[in-house]
Write a protein that binds this ligand. Sequence first.
Ligand SMILES: [Fe+2]
Ligand SMILES: [Fe+2]
Length: 178
Amino acid sequence: MSGPALYDGLWHRLIHQGALEEARMVVGVAADLQIAQDTAPLQALAEMALEHWKGRTLVHAASEEEDLYPALAEAVGQNAVAALREEHAQLRRLVEQLEQSLVAGRYGEISQCLTALLGATEEHNAHEEAVLQQMPPQWPALLQARAAATNDASGACVEGEGASPLIQVRRPDPGQDG
Ligand SMILES: [Fe+2]
Ligand SMILES: [Fe+2]
């Protein structure tokens, strides 16, 4: 999903919540199965969890990196967005670890991997929502208007180097603590 649903803080939070509800359910059942040492259903559940994170969370992250984060960087600065990108990288590493545990048949690690993945996803979502909350309400509409204007001017010219950012959010001076 890309465009306005990503830019709008409320819609974005709803996307996160929908995915997290599914993830929490899968992680909860996996923990029960691991305690019961019920390997076959645990394997099936871990495959479902992989499908969930690859098909929803990582696809969502890729859309953000392509569509949302460049615009967000103009407003809140590259450093703030670099931190969000690093969290995405961490999520990808955790998904890879889960996949490796599953492929190697190390079922004893599955629940631990899933708990780490869920925690990292929750933290990242909360961080991202806090950054989006800084944006003024008119920001999604301004982005849409700019995208429409860019499409209208298709191939006509190259943007000037001095193009001003759309909206800048006031950030604390990094040299001043507190
Ligand atoms: Fe994200
Ligand atoms: Fe997100």
